[in-house]
Design a protein around this ligand. Structure first.
Ligand SMILES: [Ca+2]
Ligand SMILES: [Ca+2]
Length: 234
């Protein structure tokens, strides 16, 4: 009889804590309400790039985020950021995840969130990823089972700015204890990013057009100089 009683006591505690919390919406990937670009954090984590593969115009990058903590609410300076280099002008079109999550204290798995966006604070294209829908503390493995394409799911692709950065912020959707770690993205945890375009090496055809454009531009400049000279003579 002692074990069932202990479980009942734990559920009671979770229910009390849950009174302040917002139940998970059940949506894993959603438009962000705060852009990671606006975070005041300076805690940058450098992920190990597991692989980079290219396939007919799209590039897939797998990064290892094992060990990153989940601390405070979006924008808090105690949070961890990742600045992933992506070619300027590229469109981030999808994401995948294979993560192991654990919580600390009474914090819930569903509160562990990863925001990602370009570094334009004015853009509203950022997305928030909360891989767990478990409104309880615990240890859990979660996988997308492949790439989740943004536009297939009524979400916007993310255009990369001239700085060539896709920024991630690891935050808590509900802060139980400010300033303390409430969850950990345990090993092994990887994120997969898919992007299209960007600064690909121009093809021969494109180079031909660029050279032609320069020749035409040169001709215009030359003609302008000649006209000016003619005017000055007259
Ligand atoms: Ca929390
Ligand atoms: Ca804080």
């Amino acid at each position: 009889m002692r074990r069932p009683l202990m479980i009942a006591a734990c559920i009671g505690l979770a229910t009390v804590a849950g009174a302040q919390k917002t139940a998970s919406s059940g949506i894993t990937l959603s438009p962000a309400t705060t852009s990671p670009a606006e975070s005041s954090s300076t805690n940058f984590f450098t992920p190990t790039i597991v692989s980079t593969t290219q396939n007919s115009g799209s590039t897939t990058v797998v990064l290892d985020i094992s060990g990153v903590p989940s601390v405070d609410g979006a924008g808090d300076p105690d949070n961890t950021l990742i600045d992933l280099p992506i070619p300027a002008g590229a469109l981030v079109t999808g994401i995948g995840w294979d993560v192991n999550q654990s919580t600390v204290g009474l914090s819930w798995l569903s509160e562990m969130t990863i925001g990602f966006d370009n570094t334009d604070p004015g853009s509203l294209v950022g997305l928030a990823l909360a891989p767990s829908i478990t409104d309880a503390p615990g240890v859990e493995a979660n996988s997308s089972g492949g790439i989740v394409d943004f536009t297939d799911n009524a979400l916007s692709d993310i255009p990369i700015q001239p700085d060539g950065i896709l920024r991630f912020e690891f935050f808590e959707a509900f802060v139980d204890t400010a300033g303390l770690t409430e969850g950990v993205w345990d090993s092994p945890s990887t994120l997969t990013i898919v992007y299209e375009g960007g600064s690909a090496v121009p093809t021969v055809g494109q180079w031909g057009l660029i050279v032609l454009g320069l020749v035409l531009l040169g001709g215009v400049v030359f003609m302008t100089v000649r006209q000016k000279k003619a005017l000055s003579v007259n």
